[in-house]
Design a protein around this ligand. Structure first.
Ligand SMILES: [Zn+2]
Length: 85
């Protein structure tokens, strides 16, 4: 299993445990398949990791993409579904 680093907590985890975000035409988008082309970043399904990833434009810098407020909300809502499992 490939290993990736969470953008929030910087822990290395297997790819399947992390949520992939991809630069989709200059904007941050979820990549649920993990196979979308483009620059990607990985974050744990945890609120604190997303908060850290949003702080200081860390996600924007990693993706070289805009992270709009509505996209942040979307990403947080999706990750919440995963942690409630
Ligand atoms: Zn994390």
């Amino acid at each position: 299993m490939p290993q990736r680093t969470c953008l929030g907590c910087r822990q290395v985890k297997s790819k399947g445990e992390l949520i992939r975000v991809v630069n989709n035409g200059g904007k941050a988008d979820l990549d649920l398949s993990g196979k979308k082309p483009g620059r990607g970043a990985y974050v744990c399904p945890s609120g604190s990791c997303w908060e850290k990833a949003f702080k200081g434009n860390r996600l924007e810098n990693a993706l070289k993409a805009q992270v709009l407020q509505e996209d942040k909300v979307k990403l947080l809502q999706y990750s919440k579904k995963l942690w409630s499992k």
